[in-house]
Design a protein around this ligand. Structure first.
Ligand SMILES: C[S@@+](CC[C@H](N)C(=O)[O-])C[C@H]1O[C@@H](n2cnc3c(N)ncnc32)[C@H](O)[C@@H]1O
Length: 264
């Protein structure tokens, strides 16, 4: 009698994939390069599955995001800069939870927009317009002497804000609000929020954002914190954990350095 039990061939593997991107906080790049080369030599597959990027080294993983055409297109797009390419695993996680929030009541927001790269990918990959959702983007879009937030390359661009406005001009469902979070929320802030990305590299605006977002985050809505798990940004973890806890919630630290909170 034929068995209706499915048969699995344990050798039925996806082709091995590896990835090499930028890492930070390294004081001796030559030693690091040698160490990665030695690591490759030491591995059972000769390093074919080695992922080394964004301070994350793994091997013997499927790296599903490198098998997804939309994410591969982002990696290969000449408009994607080195950092944006290197954080592809973070982006994969972010897009996964953004998509998962499409059925949740409310709009999407990003506190800390920078050039708008991630925000535009969310807009496109989630087809927010088709889902009748708005995307609210918040940033100071500048850096002045004495400012507490870290100065980044794009802050040298005097037209940082204007360039982001122009980037999103084809989309009618995007609101861009220039100013310091959380005070700038008074210029416009959705009544209910389905998905939120918090990425400002500083505990003060991040804590301020979380306090304002949590009461408006819908049930099953998600927040991704870009910096939560990074040791260098521990001050953010220390600031954010008690706020989440005061709402009976807990932030999950992910291996990418992100934090994930889902409101149940
Ligand atoms: C790491 S970047 C954001 C990157 C962006 N989320 C992306 O994925 O491309 C951090 C941004 O936070 C902004 N920022 C820092 N402090 C802020 C504050 N108090 N209010 C609003 N934006 C702030 C900075 O101007 C900078 O553009």
């Amino acid at each position: 009698m034929a068995s209706d039990k499915p048969e699995y061939n344990l050798n039925n593997r996806v082709p091995p994939l590896g990835f090499d991107g930028g890492c930070s906080n390294i004081i001796d790049t030559e030693k690091f390069r040698q160490a990665v080369a030695l690591l490759k030599e030491s591995l059972f597959d000769g390093g074919a599955t080695l992922f080394c990027s964004d301070n994350l080294i793994t091997w013997n993983k499927n790296l599903s995001f490198l098998r997804d055409d939309q994410l591969v297109n982002i990696v290969n797009d000449p408009e994607t800069d080195v950092t944006e390419r290197s954080i592809i695993w973070r982006s994969y996680i972010l897009f996964y939870f953004a998509r998962a929030s499409l059925d949740v009541d409310g709009d999407f927001i990003e506190a800390g927009t920078y050039r708008g790269h991630t925000a535009e990918q969310i807009l496109k990959l989630c087809e927010l317009g088709k889902h009748d959702k708005k995307l609210w983007l918040y940033d100071v879009f500048e850096w002045k002497e004495g400012d507490e937030h870290p100065k980044m390359d794009e802050h040298r661009n005097a037209l940082m804000y204007e360039d982001v406005v122009s980037r999103f001009s084809p989309y009618s469902n995007v609101n861009i609000i220039k100013g310091s979070v959380p005070e700038s929320f008074s210029e416009g802030f959705p009544d209910s929020i389905a998905f939120c990305h918090i990425d400002m590299n500083h505990p003060a605006p991040e804590a301020g954002a979380l306090r304002e977002v949590l009461p408006r985050l819908s049930k099953d809505g998600a927040i991704i914190f870009d910096d939560y798990g990074w040791w260098g940004y521990s001050a953010q973890k220390n600031a954010l954990d008690p706020i989440a806890s005061s709402f009976g919630l807990e932030i999950l630290e992910l291996p990418t350095g992100q934090g994930l909170l889902i409101k149940r």
